[in-house]
Design a protein around this ligand. Sequence first.
Ligand SMILES: [Zn+2]
Length: 538
Amino acid sequence: VSAIDLAVVAGRVHTADGTHADTVAVTGDRIVAVGLERDIRSEYTASDVLHLPGRLVVPGFGDAHVHAPFAGRYAINVALHDIHSLDGYLSHIAAFARANADKPVIYGGGWAMEHFAGGLPTKDLLDSVVPDRPVFLYNRDIHGAWVNSKALDVARIDANTSDPGDGRYERYPDGDPTGLLHEGAAYSFERRFVPAPDRAEWERAILHAQSHLHTLGITSWQDAWVTPDTLAAYRSLADAGTLTARVVAALWWDRHRDRSQIDDLLTQREWATGGNLRATSVKIMTDGIIENGSAAMLEPYLDGCGGHTSNTGHTYLDRDQLADAVTVLDNHGFQVHMHAIGDRAVRNALDACEVAQVRNGRRDARHHIAHVQVVHPADVPRFGSLGVVVNGQPYWAKAEPQMEEHTIPYLGAARAAGQYPFASMLAAGARLAFGSDWSVSTPDPLVEMEVAVTRVDPDHRDRPPLHPHEAITLAQAFEAFTRGTAHVNFMEDAGVVAAGYRADLAVIDADIFTGDTPRPADASVGLTIAGGEVVFGG
Ligand SMILES: [Zn+2]
């Protein structure tokens, strides 16, 4: 009989090969055995036993695309993501301002257009609760910001100020700014007038985000864009041993610089990598989003009323620049993580991976394309054949007001029907890894999985599904949040509950795999173990 640290005895353990088990034996950060309680008990004595009758043990989930530091920063400032009315927004902002009288600027985000008349928030609403200090609040998808009059005063933005080249001030008919800043107008305001968090605040933000992700059973993720400041904060948490999740950080490809930036990226990778942190991925933004006509399309957008336009959206790098960037990164052993939403951007991204393979030779690079909202049917099989991983955000694949009003009318029915073609890509041999894009949308894998399976918002189960022919099975969705994310993060010892694997476990209060209609969103995680350590519940 050998001694182990921990035995987790549950109702059932979800094993990769389907063998029947109810107990997991853990020593240090490893799983040493998985089996039936009586067999484990006869072979091992555990210093600690967790009895969880009726519960389901699964591998800790991964998130393939998340913005943990930014989400955590909202959470410790003004987070409006879970509030669903204008009155709710205003009373929350007022309460935060009262409790934080020392903050020179009120910062936050997470508001949704649907709670404002005409979709447009205005400065006077904020003035009624915070008249004396600037308020700056990003919307949910971080493409615009709502500010008060004090913020406009401080930045000297008025009827005579012209729009910046990369953004726009929403205005009243007389030219007076309304308090909504679009794109570059918001980003430059933030850079100039919102105090940047110091190291301690970024560390607090990441730890806050990590605690939240642990409550959802998440034990690893890929941070889809680190800045030098957030990377430094991750590094110091990893050194202190408080980064309990394993994180792959995606460094940022600066599209305004040429390939010589590779030296800086190599330096950052070398400096930042160690312990639970690896800076081995590089993020490239290739296009925008469909809602404002900036995602790159093969055919022009419609005008929203059935008419035609000449707009095919926008690529941040043209096809050759992108291929060149991917080739350089691939040649230096980086994984490339590309944002591509429109079908032209997705094609350019696939072409870039193909060019890199031709020039450098094929290697186990696991480059991935995130969002993949519109994929031309001819490109669907290329993910599998090129070995490019689909980094999907299943929570977005549902019919909701933003989809009905701001997306489908601009794509047209035929193109819209091919959105988020997860079933087609899987059938054509693609590897699928799922992620949330939190704080843009919920990081709860059980909720996201339900959308992947039903194409319906679990909060509105009476709505019709979005293109149900692209729904996948619960087993496939589950795999995308476990083995799929482990694959894309090169975590060969994660994503499966089996001897030798890292002891990353989530314990769910119900067996999500039983029952005729899978409703994983009704279940919740009650206990999370990362690297053998209980990080939530217990
Ligand atoms: Zn993102």
